[in-house]
Design a protein around this ligand. Sequence first.
Ligand SMILES: O=C(O)COP(=O)(O)O
Ligand SMILES: [Mg+2]
Length: 227
Amino acid sequence: MRPFHLVAFDLDGTLVDSAPDILPALNQMMASLGKAHVSLLQVQQWLGNGMAVLIQRALTGELCPDHYDVSEFEQAQQLFVEFYQQTNGAATRLFDQVPEVLARLSQRYPLAVVTNKPRQFTAPLLRNMGIARFFSALWCADDVAKAKPEPDMLLALARQQGVSTADILLVGDSENDIFAARAAGMPVIALSYGYNHGQPIAHSNPDLVLECFSLLPDAISSLEQER
Ligand SMILES: O=C(O)COP(=O)(O)O
Ligand SMILES: [Mg+2]
């Protein structure tokens, strides 16, 4: 039995379903550039690698956007930032049981958010969803050199909090969370309901896969028992 010292959460697809606000912002961007609309399903499959990659995926229609026009991308990014500022939080919803479980876990562990979302959208969204108060640390993609799947933000969190990465549990929804956790030497639990490029998250071999957030406290206890 070895307790965790901190629990870190991914945001999009783990705590919040944000695709319903990202979709209209992306489609306003596409319309402004004279391009065809994208679908909710596409957005759900393209989320997870941060804002720049999401925009490149929308512009090319491809998950691995090798070739895109750099000046069109820069214009698109400015447009997306402007439009997402207006939609961020409007239709985004917390997944089932998120505030209840965070309230319970926060009695026991310091909690953190580690997200590929830019900070300018993350901080207001956490406040708007009423969950900012549960977190004592926040690391976003633009706070570090490389976003997840690189481990930069997980290592920065561990350094900042003076906690070994092996004593931090990451909770995420995407292979990017699993790869980052593995590279940082962190145990990781995955939620199966989030965004993972249309693939089952079990394929990325997290320590545990859960179907709903309410199962988290018991799952954390069982991982602690096995350590
Ligand atoms: O912005 C994204 O693409 C995903 O953000 P996340 O790391 O909170 O899932
Ligand atoms: Mg996510």
